[in-house]
Ligand binder design. Structure first.
Ligand code: AVJ
Length: 325
């Protein structure tokens, strides 16, 4: 191996996150009242494919608008971030936004995606390594809701920039979002920054259409959760017996997605039977939509302050640059 190759490649830093307990989480959620299932289990191979399909639906604006916003704002973002950043991404999607950011920043030193899945995190860096031979790839397998001890790049970084696009933060309750941003503040360090994508509150019809696309892709995405549970933990949910329903609550500032039982029925999970009434709703996902006031309140509770903001022309989606308060 020559020096150039060794300078840009690094083995996976495996912080051995606690493996997911799908059965335990499903049993706990089904025993709660009202029943719920965690949205983090949407993303098996089929679920990730369906999410990519959602981002191509005409009604689902967030991905499209965020990509255009990143394009429009990248010069200002690069200016505010400064040179030699160690870019740390929470999760890793299609890689499209990462490409935009790494291309636009001034001489970033290293890129670290943090993912719970070893294969996903390795695939993400392999794709980008070719495009950015001058950026050291330092993938980490860890749970980003906890503080992460980052690998040290060979070139001294100016500071750490945490990148958390996609309004993934919106899937967490407000208390969970505060806890996550607290961990983020610890991970980035005293002179660190975070660039967070936030979906903004807007017309209810626009919001509800985005989560109820006419082609039914989001409905299939939601139902795939039951397909996954049936396959992976041997449950026997009747896929015809549940319907997707997503509604916006102005009061709580979030899309709430449910699986609605179409009739009285029971489902067995790990040998335990759970009864569903006709019309009973099981909560499967939140997607919070923020105002500046709501987002800045969460950030403040986590010891962070918003130092710059960029919105698209319609104020549908925002990027926020934060640093320790
Ligand atoms: C990937 C979490 C941002 O909440 O908008 C899309 C997931 N769920 N349609 C979102 C999702 C239903 C998406 N995030």
């Amino acid at each position: 191996m020559n020096a150039v190759t060794t300078a840009t490649m690094a083995p996976l830093t495996d912080l051995r996150p606690t493996p997911d307990d799908i059965t335990g989480d499903a049993l706990a959620g089904l025993s709660a009242s009202p029943k719920r299932l965690p949205s983090k289990y949407f993303y098996d191979a089929r679920g990730s494919e369906l999410f990519e399909a959602i981002t191509r639906q005409p009604e689902y604006y967030p991905t499209r608008v965020e990509i255009a916003l990143l394009d429009a704002a990248i010069v200002g973002i690069a200016d505010a971030v400064g040179p030699h950043a160690h870019v740390v991404e929470y999760g890793s999607g299609s890689g499209r936004k990462t490409l935009q950011l790494l291309e636009g920043l001034a001489d970033p030193v290293a890129y670290t995606p943090i993912e719970i899945s070893r294969t996903t995190v390795l695939a993400a860096t392999e794709r980008l390594a070719e495009a950015f031979p001058g950026i050291e790839m330092l993938p980490v397998c860890a749970d980003f809701t906890q503080p992460v001890d980052l690998p040290e790049p060979q070139r001294e970084p100016g500071h750490t920039l945490v990148f958390f696009p996609g309004s993934t933060l919106g899937n967490f309750t407000n208390d969970e979002a505060v806890a996550l941003m607290c961990s983020m503040r610890q991970t980035m360090g005293g002179n660190g920054q975070a660039l967070i994508g936030v979906d903004l509150e807007k017309d209810v019809a626009v919001l509800e259409a985005a989560y109820n696309d006419a082609a039914g892709v989001t409905a299939e995405f939601t139902l795939n959760l039951l397909v996954r549970l049936n396959r992976e933990i041997g449950s026997d949910f009747d896929l015809e017996g549940f319907r997707h329903r997503a509604v916006y609550s102005r009061e709580r500032g979030r899309i709430e997605t449910f699986l609605v039982s179409q009739r009285a029925q029971s489902a067995t999970v790990d040998g335990r039977a759970f009864e569903f009434g006709k019309g009973e709703e099981m909560l499967v996902e939140y997607s919070h939509k923020y105002t500046d006031a709501r987002f800045e309140d969460l950030a403040a509770r986590a010891g962070l302050k918003v130092v710059q903001r960029w919105n698209d022309a319609d104020d549908w989606f925002g990027l926020r640059l934060l640093q320790p308060a």
